[in-house]
Design a binder for this molecule. Structure first.
Ligand SMILES: [Zn+2]
Length: 224
């Protein structure tokens, strides 16, 4: 198993998308994105990289061949050589690995997806399809917007009460801790969870929608 989280550098896109933008839906030059995706494929050493059309919902798709481009926010596979990618710019990218049954998963955990339990649903799909057991699951949580920067309106805080911070009467949401808590509640062992402490909005090595609005997407990628 190999995995990585990309940064902004190392690609061919220009301007707001410079340089390793991996998303086609942000009005970057499609030829540049294609080249960037090839760079990523070589870097992870995969035959193909499967991307999702991400829609902030909770569907999990089983990837059976490399020509797929599913509309969903999580994917799983046990196919060797096919990398799975999740694109983000502040949302939390989640990678899962079951070393016993040799299966992997990715999930796109923004506020909506997190609330709908997309990470837990991805692991449950691995359990259902590949016989994964919860105590065997490794989770890699990539860089996302931190509670330092993720200010939210009161109208979207329902369900997130346990991870809200109040500063000067403003509300800040801790997306990472929310997801950590849902994995802990599911029985995933803390020692099996790796987490990034980087805030994408603070750290300019990453694309950040909150900081830049017009921007690219970086990715979490995993491959058997
Ligand atoms: Zn920050």
């Amino acid at each position: 198993m190999r995995y990585l989280f990309t940064e902004r550098c190392g690609g061919v896109s220009e301007g707001a998308f410079s340089t390793l933008n991996l998303a086609l839906h942000v009005n970057d030059n499609a030829l540049h994105v294609k080249e960037n995706r090839d760079i990523l494929r070589e870097k992870i050493g995969a035959r193909a990289v499967v991307f999702m059309e991400q829609v902030h919902k909770d569907a999990v798709v089983v990837v059976e061949h490399e020509a797929m481009n599913p509309t969903c926010d999580a994917m799983i596979t046990n196919q060797k050589g096919i990398a799975l990618a999740v694109m983000v710019a502040d949302c939390l990218p989640l990678l899962m690995y079951d070393p016993i049954h040799e299966a992997i998963g990715v999930a796109h955990a923004g506020r909506e997806g997190s609330k709908q339990g997309i990470g837990v649903k991805c692991v449950e799909a691995m359990m259902h399809h590949f016989g994964t057991e919860v105590k065997e699951v490794r989770v890699m949580m990539g860089p996302c917007i931190g509670a330092c920067c993720y200010e939210v309106g009161k109208e979207v805080t329902q369900g997130f009460e346990s991870v809200l911070h109040v500063k000067n009467e403003r509300l800040f949401l801790d997306l990472l801790t929310y997801n950590l808590n849902t994995f802990a509640a599911m029985g995933i062992l803390d020692e099996n969870i790796e987490r990034s402490t980087v805030c994408t909005c603070c750290d300019e090595r990453y694309f950040s929608y909150r900081r830049e609005k017009t921007t690219g997407r970086f990715a979490g990628v995993i491959c058997l």
